[in-house]
Design a protein around this ligand. Sequence first.
Ligand code: HEM
Ligand SMILES: N[C@@H](CC(=O)c1ccccc1NC=O)C(=O)O
Length: 261
Amino acid sequence: MSKALNYGSYLRVDELLQLQTPRSSGPEHDELLFIVIHQVYELWFKELLHEIEYLQRLLCENDAGRAAHTTRRILAILKTVVAQLDVLETLTPLEFNSFRGFLESASGFQSTQFRELEFILGYKRENVMRHMDDVEEALRRLRQRFEQPTLWDAFLRYLAMNGFAIPPEQLERDVRCPVQASPEVQAQLVEAYRHNATVSNVCENLIDIDEGLQEWRYRHMKMVQRTIGVKSGTGGSPGAAYLGSTLKPFFPDLWAIRAQL
Ligand code: HEM
Ligand SMILES: N[C@@H](CC(=O)c1ccccc1NC=O)C(=O)O
């Protein structure tokens, strides 16, 4: 008879604890923290993608109640991943330098799940896939994500279902293109904020998610500034200056209407 399920066999702890392999010789004390924190991030990215996919389905089914609940969970995770940067910020520049050379050209640029998050939130760019030399399975997932509708597309459907006049060209837009500002959608959003509390709550939930991701980008950039200053990145970018240029919203319409309310 097979052994009864227990903590270790259910969570596959043995395998999990085999997955941290420092590259530095010794190895350097601080490399374990660097590996563990990135692995924890990838797990949270997996969970975020899972929850955002669910949120998309709930919006398409016009289920604002469950959508609000799912958004709260997404936001709690985003707060957690931002807070985790505090741990990595205990890594001083000298501590990081003790193993940075071993990272070669590996970089956060190559996180396929982070790109998947950007795609599902509407920031579609075909060229980021060309820079990925990740395993075939991860690339396949990313390509698939590129072809699929975004959270914003689900939200436009939700608005249309609730009687808002979303132009057909928005509802039928090419989902492989990045989400762009639309004056027609903005006019409908202003109506929603003025006359429909349920829909305007959904809008506030989406802007919370958008702000949450921007918070992560900002804190990551500050961490990079204090750890490597103006050095360029292992991935070949100018480093912090590049990261500053990525601080843009996912849902431009939701930000634009603030001035009209
Ligand atoms: C000491 C810690 C860290 C440093 C110095 C650092 C540095 C950098 C730099 C310089 C870049 C620009 C790309 C390049 O040229 O390499 C970058 C990108 C990136 N990093 Fe980090 N990073 C750190 C920690 C993290 C952590 C903990 C994560 C969590 C997963 C992460 C995820 C990313 C992602 C996703 C990108 C791509 C961002 C984009 O293109 O918008 N990094 N990082
Ligand atoms: N890009 C960083 C290295 C780095 O942080 C990193 C390296 C390998 C895997 C993940 C990383 N994290 C974020 O970029 C640097 O230039 O030092």
